[in-house]
Design a protein around this ligand. Structure first.
Ligand code: KG4
Ligand code: ZN
Length: 338
């Protein structure tokens, strides 16, 4: 089954064609990152306008690259939530028009479910159940993936997402948006023990997390150094910060694995590209005898192939939409309104 898939929830316009939820025929991404960089973050109006400008041509390009004829498209999948509302709307409206014109089913896909499904593309043998650490720019949570469309949230951040805190610290250090990858690169030559940063204590639910205290501690350290004229060891601060985020995630990964008894651990989302976190998960999985699934870096960030992968399983579960499908800025991974 060939699914035309669309993703436009933030600052990447993406169109892919995916066969049977597992095989990427083509995965086209038009990144807007350079456009937003001068503002230090995504400007929602510019994002929507740019999605509008490129989506049609990108879809044409994807179809050409896939080698398929229009008649070989069996369904259209699209990110319908969560994201910047104007940006998500562009993808949803394009997908509705495409589904109507082709006379094919329309499949609404939750963006975070898509991130999790990136693992199905990277690992064709991976099947649920498994535990998934979701770490993106807007979400940080542990998801027990019981089946392709049946999931439970075991714990989540109580404040900032991990990616948000990476981006904020990177921005204050003068790194270009989105700073997570630049901070990760800088950390490689640093000494993580040079600066002491806090690890917030678990709250009522030990699988919940908090990153705002850690972020504030790092920002205070940077501002204090500026005020007293001290030269900051930027690579070491980046290493200490990455280590702290990784420790917060890793202690809970261990707990979640022992609690659930799951023998497979996957990671998903842009922050899953972080080298310190990947190394920690690799060690933990080895120690606990757990199979580890880490998507390659290009499948960690936003893309449309992951939407096509999850779209296939949503289709099999009968989760289809009609022409009344709307876009939502917020919506739980379980499909509930927030
Ligand atoms: O999943 P994603 O592409 O978009 C959302 O759905 O939010 O995640 C983007 C986030 C950004 O915060 C970005 O800075 C972060 O992923 N990121 C990283 C790394 N690469 C991307 N954070 C830490 N280390 C990285 N190597
Ligand atoms: Zn994302």
């Amino acid at each position: 089954m060939n699914i035309l898939s669309i993703e436009s929830s933030c600052d990447e316009t993406a169109v892919a064609l995916v066969a049977d939820g597992r095989r990427v025929l083509t995965d086209q991404i038009a990144s807007q990152v350079p456009l937003h960089r001068i503002y230090g973050g995504v400007v929602p109006e510019i994002a929507s306008r740019k999605h509008m400008e490129v989506i049609y041509a990108l879809a044409d390009q994807a179809l050409l690259a896939s080698g398929l004829a229009r008649s070989q498209i069996d369904a259209v999948a699209v990110t319908y939530a969560p994201g910047l509302i104007g940006a998500v709307l562009v993808g949803v409206n394009f997908a509705k028009a495409a589904a109507l014109a082709l006379g094919k089913p329309l499949i609404p896909v939750h963006h975070i479910r898509g991130h999790i499904a990136a693992n199905y593309l990277a690992y064709p043998d991976l099947t649920p159940p498994f535990l998934c650490l979701v770490v993106s720019g807007g979400h940080t949570m542990f998801v027990d993936v019981e089946d392709y469309t049946k999931m439970t949230i075991l714990g989540a951040t109580l404040d900032d997402a991990a990616g948000e805190s990476f981006d904020k610290v990177a921005r204050v250090l003068g790194m270009p948006y989105p700073g997570g990858a630049a901070l990760d690169a800088a950390a490689r030559s640093g000494d993580p023990s040079k600066y002491v940063l806090p690890r917030p204590k678990p709250g009522e639910n030990p699988l919940d997390m908090s990153f705002s205290g850690l972020k504030t501690a790092a920002l205070n350290l940077i501002h204090h150094a500026e005020q007293v004229g001290e030269t900051l060891d930027v690579p070491s601060l980046c290493a200490a910060f990455s280590q702290a985020v990784s420790d917060i995630l890793d202690t809970r990964v261990r707990l979640a694995l022992t609690r659930t008894g799951r023998k497979k651990l996957a990671a998903a989302g842009g922050v899953a590209a972080n080298s310190v976190i990947r190394a920690a998960l690799t060690r933990t999985a080895e120690e606990l005898g757990t199979d580890l699934y880490l998507p390659p870096l290009k499948l960690c960030g936003d893309n449309a192939a992951m939407i096509g992968a999850q779209g296939y399983y949503e289709f099999l579960a009968g989760n289809l939409a009609d022409m009344t499908l709307n876009a939502y800025a917020t919506r739980s991974i379980l499909g509930e309104r927030l």
